[in-house]
Design a protein around this ligand. Structure first.
Ligand code: MRU
Length: 330
C-alpha cells in the first residue's frame, strides 16, 4: 500500500503522527484549526509540501469554527514554521476562497490534488536521471510522508525502481530528529528499495570512496537565483558532492519556489528548541544545563546544484530565472 501522510475525512483532517514512526502507525483526526497548527509546529506532520496541504485544511477547518476571521486563521497557521514557503502557499489558496465566500474544503482538496499531481510528475521527470544501476544518497525525508503522496526526492527513485532500475539508497540519519533513519528508511523498506542508514558524518566518506553516484534532496524554499533551504546538513552534502564530482539534484513542486526572495540570504531559517540537540531518542545526552544551537535548515548556494527536478522537467540553476518569469511564481 502506498503511504499517504494525510487525508480529509468530512470536515476533519486525518494524519499520520510522524513523531511515532517507525515504531507505531497512529492516525490522528483533527477538527480544530488550533490542533492543526500544533500538529505542524510539533512536527506531527512535517515536510514542506505536506505542511502546506495540512495548513490549507487547517484554514478550511477554521472557516467552520465561529472564533476565526480569515486573517486570524491565516496568522495562527502562518506562525507555526517559518522556512517552508509551501506553508504560506497552502494558507493563501484557501484564504482567497474563504474571503470570496467560496466553499473552503474543495479549495483545500484542489490544492492537495495539485501537490500530489506535481509530485507524480517530479517522479516521471527525475526517473531518467537514475541509470539501471545507481547508488544515490538522500538527506532527511522527502518522501510521501513529507508531501502527502509520492514524495519529491524519493518520487524519481520510486518510479525508476518500478521500471526495473537497480537502485541502492544511502540514507543520512538526519540528526537531531532522525527523519532519515525513522521515515525515509521506513518508506524505502515498504517499497522494497535497498538502502543503508548512515550517520550524517559518514556521507563524505562514502562520496570520497566512490560509493555514491548522485545525491537527491528536497527543499523547503528555493529563491529566484536557485539558492535553496533544506534540512540542516544539506549544505555540507552539496559541497562534498561538488568536491567529488558527484551530481547534486534538488526536487520540488512549484509551491516550494519563492519568486519574492532574490537569493538565499533572504530565506528565514527556523531555529528550534535546544533540547532536540541535547538529547537522543528522548534520552538526555549532554550535561545538565548544557547549551546548544538548533537551526533546523541551512541554505545551499546555487553553484552546488546540478539541476532542479521540477514537475515540468529538470532545470539548471542558470535557467531557473527564466522558468520563474515564465510561471509568474509564488
Ligand atoms: O523539519 P522537516 O522534517 O519538516 O524538514 C523537512 C525537509 O527538510 C525536507 O527535505 C523538505 O521539506 C522537502 S520535503 C519534500
Amino acid at each position: 500500500m502506498p503511504v499517504r501522510a494525510l487525508w480529509r475525512e468530512g470536515e476533519r483532517l486525518a494524519l499520520i503522527d510522524q513523531r511515532l514512526l517507525p515504531g507505531r502507525l497512529k492516525v490522528l483526526r483533527l477538527s480544530r484549526a488550533a490542533d492543526v497548527a500544533m500538529a505542524i509546529r510539533n512536527m506531527t506532520v512535517r515536510g514542506a509540501p505536506a505542511i502546506g496541504v495540512a495548513a490549507a485544511y487547517g484554514m478550511a477547518i477554521a472557516s467552520k469554527e465561529k472564533r476565526y476571521t480569515v486573517a486570524r486563521a491565516a496568522r495562527l497557521l502562518g506562525s507555526t514554521r517559518p522556512t517552508a514557503v509551501d506553508l504560506f502557499v497552502g494558507i493563501e489558496r484557501v484564504r482567497k476562497a474563504w474571503a470570496q465566500g467560496e466553499d473552503t474544503f474543495p479549495a483545500a482538496d484542489r490544492y492537495r490534488d495539485e501537490i500530489v499531481g506535481e509530485c507524480r510528475q517530479i517522479g516521471e521527470a527525475g526517473a531518467k536521471l537514475f541509470k539501471s544501476h545507481s547508488k544515490v544518497l538522500t538527506h532527511c525525508n522527502a518522501g510521501a510522508l513529507a508531501t502527502v503522496e509520492w514524495g519529491t526526492a524519493l518520487a524519481p527513485l520510486r518510479v525508476a525502481h518500478d521500471r526495473g532500475a537497480e537502485l541502492f539508497v544511502w540514507v543520512d540519519e538526519t540528526r537531531p530528529l532522525l527523519q532519515g533513519a525513522r521515515l525515509t528508511a521506513w518508506e524505502l523498506g515498504r517499497e522494497r528499495i535497498p538502502y543503508a542508514v548512515i550517520v550524517d558524518n559518514a556521507a563524505g566518506h562514502f562520496m570520497a570512496t566512490g560509493e555514491v553516484d548522485s545525491v537527491i534532496v528536497g527543499a523547503d524554499r528555493i529563491a529566484r537565483n536557485g539558492d535553496f533551504a533544506n534540512k540542516i546538513g544539506t549544505y555540507e552534502k552539496a559541497v562534498v558532492a561538488k568536491e567529488n564530482g558527484i551530481p547534486f539534484y534538488v526536487a520540488a513542486p512549484w509551491s516550494t519556489f519563492d519568486s519574492r526572495r532574490p537569493n538565499g540570504e533572504a530565506i528565514p531559517v527556523e531555529e528550534r528548541r535546544p533540547e532536540e540537540v541535547l538529547s537522543y531518542a528522548a534520552k538526555v545526552t549532554a550535561p545538565k544545563n548544557g547549551r546548544a544551537r538548533n537551526p533546523a535548515f541551512d541554505v545551499t548556494p546555487n553553484r552546488f546544484v546540478t539541476g532542479f527536478v521540477t514537475p515540468d522537467g529538470v532545470v539548471t540553476p542558470r535557467r531557473l530565472a527564466k522558468t520563474f518569469s515564465a510561471r509568474g511564481g509564488n
